[in-house]
Design a protein around this ligand. Structure first.
Ligand SMILES: Cc1ncc(COP(=O)(O)O)c(C=O)c1O
Length: 205
Protein backbone atom coordinates (compact mmCIF):
# COMPACT_ATOMS: atom_id res chain seq x y z
CA UNK A 1 0.00 0.00 0.00
CA UNK A 2 1.33 3.42 -0.88
CA UNK A 3 2.06 5.54 2.19
CA UNK A 4 0.40 8.91 2.42
CA UNK A 5 2.48 12.03 3.28
CA UNK A 6 0.72 12.21 6.66
CA UNK A 7 2.03 8.75 7.55
CA UNK A 8 5.57 9.59 6.49
CA UNK A 9 5.80 12.98 8.23
CA UNK A 10 4.63 11.84 11.64
CA UNK A 11 6.91 8.81 11.83
CA UNK A 12 9.96 9.52 14.06
CA UNK A 13 13.25 9.34 12.21
CA UNK A 14 16.46 8.31 13.92
CA UNK A 15 19.94 9.48 12.96
CA UNK A 16 22.16 6.71 11.61
CA UNK A 17 24.33 5.24 14.35
CA UNK A 18 27.78 6.81 14.53
CA UNK A 19 30.93 5.05 15.76
CA UNK A 20 31.77 8.19 17.72
CA UNK A 21 29.79 9.83 20.55
CA UNK A 22 28.85 13.53 20.48
CA UNK A 23 31.11 15.50 22.83
CA UNK A 24 28.13 17.41 24.28
CA UNK A 25 25.29 15.29 25.67
CA UNK A 26 22.34 15.64 23.27
CA UNK A 27 19.15 17.29 24.49
CA UNK A 28 16.22 14.91 24.30
CA UNK A 29 12.97 16.88 24.02
CA UNK A 30 10.70 13.89 23.47
CA UNK A 31 7.69 13.84 25.81
CA UNK A 32 6.83 10.19 25.31
CA UNK A 33 8.94 7.09 24.67
CA UNK A 34 8.21 4.11 22.45
CA UNK A 35 7.81 0.77 24.19
CA UNK A 36 8.45 -2.59 22.54
CA UNK A 37 5.35 -4.22 24.03
CA UNK A 38 2.47 -3.60 26.45
CA UNK A 39 4.37 -5.78 28.96
CA UNK A 40 7.41 -3.50 28.75
CA UNK A 41 5.17 -0.43 29.16
CA UNK A 42 3.60 -1.99 32.27
CA UNK A 43 7.05 -2.78 33.71
CA UNK A 44 8.32 0.73 33.06
CA UNK A 45 5.23 2.43 34.45
CA UNK A 46 5.32 0.34 37.63
CA UNK A 47 9.02 1.09 38.11
CA UNK A 48 10.00 -2.59 37.82
CA UNK A 49 12.00 -1.89 34.65
CA UNK A 50 14.47 0.98 34.29
CA UNK A 51 13.75 3.42 31.49
CA UNK A 52 11.62 6.34 30.46
CA UNK A 53 7.95 6.48 29.47
CA UNK A 54 6.80 10.07 29.96
CA UNK A 55 9.08 13.07 30.46
CA UNK A 56 7.25 14.44 33.52
CA UNK A 57 8.14 11.24 35.37
CA UNK A 58 11.74 11.35 34.20
CA UNK A 59 13.89 11.95 31.15
CA UNK A 60 17.56 11.45 30.31
CA UNK A 61 18.66 15.08 30.60
CA UNK A 62 17.01 15.55 34.02
CA UNK A 63 18.63 12.30 35.15
CA UNK A 64 22.05 13.58 34.01
CA UNK A 65 21.58 16.89 35.83
CA UNK A 66 20.32 15.17 38.99
CA UNK A 67 23.30 12.79 38.97
CA UNK A 68 25.66 15.77 38.76
CA UNK A 69 23.80 17.49 41.60
CA UNK A 70 24.05 14.42 43.82
CA UNK A 71 27.74 14.03 43.02
CA UNK A 72 28.48 17.72 43.67
CA UNK A 73 26.61 17.60 47.01
CA UNK A 74 27.74 14.13 48.05
CA UNK A 75 24.10 13.10 48.54
CA UNK A 76 22.39 9.80 47.94
CA UNK A 77 19.87 11.25 45.50
CA UNK A 78 18.87 14.43 43.73
CA UNK A 79 15.86 15.48 41.71
CA UNK A 80 15.27 18.22 39.16
CA UNK A 81 12.30 20.61 39.18
CA UNK A 82 11.30 23.46 36.87
CA UNK A 83 12.49 26.21 39.26
CA UNK A 84 13.81 26.83 42.75
CA UNK A 85 10.33 27.69 44.01
CA UNK A 86 9.06 24.39 42.60
CA UNK A 87 11.83 22.59 44.53
CA UNK A 88 10.79 24.29 47.78
CA UNK A 89 7.12 23.53 47.13
CA UNK A 90 8.07 19.92 46.43
CA UNK A 91 9.98 19.70 49.73
CA UNK A 92 6.98 21.16 51.54
CA UNK A 93 4.44 18.83 49.91
CA UNK A 94 6.54 15.69 50.11
CA UNK A 95 7.99 16.04 53.62
CA UNK A 96 5.35 17.79 55.72
CA UNK A 97 1.88 16.89 56.91
CA UNK A 98 -1.04 18.92 58.21
CA UNK A 99 -0.39 19.71 61.88
CA UNK A 100 3.40 19.98 61.43
CA UNK A 101 5.30 23.06 62.52
CA UNK A 102 8.02 24.64 60.34
CA UNK A 103 10.65 27.00 61.61
CA UNK A 104 11.88 29.36 58.88
CA UNK A 105 14.69 31.87 58.87
CA UNK A 106 13.58 35.51 58.85
CA UNK A 107 16.30 36.16 56.27
CA UNK A 108 14.90 33.78 53.61
CA UNK A 109 14.43 34.94 50.02
CA UNK A 110 11.09 36.81 50.05
CA UNK A 111 9.12 34.38 47.91
CA UNK A 112 10.35 31.41 49.95
CA UNK A 113 9.24 33.11 53.13
CA UNK A 114 5.85 33.77 51.55
CA UNK A 115 5.53 30.17 50.38
CA UNK A 116 5.90 28.88 53.93
CA UNK A 117 4.03 31.65 55.75
CA UNK A 118 1.08 32.16 53.38
CA UNK A 119 0.64 28.76 51.71
CA UNK A 120 1.76 26.61 54.66
CA UNK A 121 -1.23 27.56 56.87
CA UNK A 122 -3.64 26.78 54.00
CA UNK A 123 -2.27 23.22 54.08
CA UNK A 124 -2.52 22.94 57.85
CA UNK A 125 1.11 23.79 58.67
CA UNK A 126 2.09 26.28 61.34
CA UNK A 127 5.16 28.43 60.80
CA UNK A 128 7.49 30.42 63.04
CA UNK A 129 9.75 33.04 61.50
CA UNK A 130 12.95 33.24 63.52
CA UNK A 131 16.37 34.90 63.36
CA UNK A 132 18.22 31.61 62.77
CA UNK A 133 21.61 33.22 63.49
CA UNK A 134 20.39 33.33 67.11
CA UNK A 135 20.62 29.65 68.10
CA UNK A 136 19.00 30.27 71.50
CA UNK A 137 16.00 31.80 69.70
CA UNK A 138 15.85 28.76 67.39
CA UNK A 139 15.84 26.37 70.35
CA UNK A 140 13.15 28.45 72.06
CA UNK A 141 10.93 28.41 68.94
CA UNK A 142 11.09 24.62 68.56
CA UNK A 143 7.76 22.91 69.27
CA UNK A 144 6.95 19.21 69.77
CA UNK A 145 5.46 19.26 66.24
CA UNK A 146 8.46 20.96 64.55
CA UNK A 147 9.39 18.81 61.57
CA UNK A 148 11.53 21.15 59.49
CA UNK A 149 13.94 24.06 59.85
CA UNK A 150 14.47 26.11 56.67
CA UNK A 151 17.50 28.36 56.15
CA UNK A 152 19.74 29.67 53.37
CA UNK A 153 23.48 28.97 53.55
CA UNK A 154 24.09 32.59 52.52
CA UNK A 155 20.83 34.49 52.59
CA UNK A 156 19.43 36.51 49.69
CA UNK A 157 19.70 39.50 49.78
CA UNK A 158 21.16 40.13 53.26
CA UNK A 159 24.07 37.65 52.98
CA UNK A 160 23.54 36.20 56.49
CA UNK A 161 25.57 33.00 56.88
CA UNK A 162 23.87 30.05 58.59
CA UNK A 163 25.60 27.76 61.11
CA UNK A 164 24.36 24.64 59.33
CA UNK A 165 26.02 22.16 61.71
CA UNK A 166 24.49 23.75 64.81
CA UNK A 167 21.06 24.06 63.16
CA UNK A 168 21.20 20.41 62.05
CA UNK A 169 21.93 19.38 65.64
CA UNK A 170 18.95 21.35 66.95
CA UNK A 171 16.71 19.93 64.21
CA UNK A 172 17.79 16.33 64.78
CA UNK A 173 17.50 16.57 68.56
CA UNK A 174 13.82 17.36 67.96
CA UNK A 175 13.10 14.85 65.19
CA UNK A 176 13.05 17.53 62.48
CA UNK A 177 14.81 17.79 59.13
CA UNK A 178 17.05 20.66 58.07
CA UNK A 179 16.31 22.09 54.61
CA UNK A 180 19.06 24.33 53.27
CA UNK A 181 18.66 26.60 50.26
CA UNK A 182 22.23 26.70 48.95
CA UNK A 183 21.53 28.90 45.91
CA UNK A 184 23.88 31.76 46.79
CA UNK A 185 26.71 29.50 47.95
CA UNK A 186 26.62 26.68 45.32
CA UNK A 187 28.30 23.36 46.08
CA UNK A 188 31.65 24.98 45.24
CA UNK A 189 31.47 27.05 48.45
CA UNK A 190 29.42 24.76 50.70
CA UNK A 191 27.92 21.27 50.76
CA UNK A 192 25.23 21.49 53.46
CA UNK A 193 24.72 17.71 53.53
CA UNK A 194 28.27 17.39 54.89
CA UNK A 195 27.10 19.38 57.93
CA UNK A 196 23.97 17.32 58.48
CA UNK A 197 21.27 18.84 56.24
CA UNK A 198 18.81 16.24 54.94
CA UNK A 199 17.52 18.43 52.12
CA UNK A 200 19.56 20.80 49.99
CA UNK A 201 18.20 22.88 47.16
CA UNK A 202 19.85 25.02 44.49
CA UNK A 203 18.02 27.50 42.29
CA UNK A 204 20.04 27.51 39.07
CA UNK A 205 17.64 29.89 37.35
C1 LIG B 1 17.93 32.16 47.52
C2 LIG B 1 16.86 31.88 46.53
N1 LIG B 1 16.07 30.81 46.72
C3 LIG B 1 15.09 30.52 45.86
C4 LIG B 1 14.85 31.30 44.74
C5 LIG B 1 13.76 30.93 43.82
O1 LIG B 1 14.30 30.30 42.72
P1 LIG B 1 13.62 30.32 41.27
O2 LIG B 1 13.67 31.75 40.79
O3 LIG B 1 14.47 29.38 40.47
O4 LIG B 1 12.22 29.83 41.43
C6 LIG B 1 15.66 32.42 44.50
C7 LIG B 1 15.42 33.26 43.34
O5 LIG B 1 16.00 34.30 43.16
C8 LIG B 1 16.69 32.71 45.42
O6 LIG B 1 17.48 33.78 45.25
Amino acid sequence: MTEKPDDICTRPEWPTASPTDPLVAPLQPSTVYRCASPEEAAGLLSGELPGYVYSRDGHPNAAQLAAKGAELHGTERATVTGSGMAALALAMLSQLNAGDHVLVSHALYGRSLRLFTTQGPRLGLTTSVVDTSDLAAVKKAIQPTTRMIVVETISNPLLRVADIGALAEIAHANGAQLLVDNSLASPVVCRPADFGAELVMESIT
